[in-house]
Design a protein around this ligand. Sequence first.
Ligand code: MG
Length: 358
Amino acid sequence: MLDIQTQPQFPLIADPENYRAHTINMIEFPKVFDYWVSLFAEHSDVMRERCVESHAGRDDAVERAQWFQDKFREELKQLREQPTMFGEELTILKLCRRRLELHTEAGFEDPFKPMKDIENAAALKLLPGVLRDLDEQAMEDRLLILMRGIFAGNIFDMGAKDTIELYESGGIDFHKVRESVQRPFFVDDFDILKARFESYQHRKAVMFVDNAGSDVVLGMLPFARYLLQRGTQVVLTANTVPSLNDITHEELIALLEQIRVFDDVFDEALKSGQVVCEASGNDLPVIDLRITPAGLNALAADADLLVLEGMGRGLETNYDTRFTCDTLKLAMIKDQQVMDHFGSKLYDVVCRFEPGGE
Ligand code: MG
């Protein structure tokens, strides 16, 4: 099992020597340990179903998916007997990576592919209307609408139990959810963010995006477009390897190709290189900045705005990490353990802005 000990090369971390993507070693916290091990075991039902769906029509899909689930559950059971079986430290990253290794071994490299495609197509249909509405707003009013759009989009998360139920009951409507996300947010640095945007124009933003569908299409890409309209260079970075319903680097490139057909801002920015996509090197629903590739590190070196979006990227990892530039950590909270950790309620949102001191 991969155990990365290297110091991160991602250039925006304030204290790279002491960087830890995830700070909780669950072996030291029995309740946290119990929560996550149970959750991963329970969530393996969803994984098995998606595995089968992604190989629909293949005779052995059910059998291979069952093998994955049985094997993973067996290991989680063993882990309860022997919490150090994956090493002295046990983090969400390790459990995610082990799950990935096992379903890949069973032949399923991208179990959520059919679902991601459906969600992207559905969100793309709504995008022209969302962009038109935004363009009709005064520039100074757009930032708040964009933030609320990011939170509303982020509700689509097939890694979180509560939203899976909501999704499966057909209960998610982007506009309704956006309307319901009102200030004050649970963590609400919006006034500082707005003041910063009014007094400073960022040169370059690096944006770590999260889920396919409404999250990236109706949340993060409209925000990226707003930055482009302000003259900021934008680097969009998505996972290299598929993980749950997170958009991948390749899928993001394909999405932008579809969007540029009807949107001049993205079309111009793609032509001029004002917006680029660069792979994050990551393979999990969280972000480990120790493994970002040289290409992204080089592009990020002169960025003055970093955006980490989604629970996995901005809360479960990297929340306590300080960066040398303006940093925005944005997420909707959809997990009991995260709620307990932050003392929040379900669907509370975090809008944390940390000025980089320029
Ligand atoms: Mg995700």
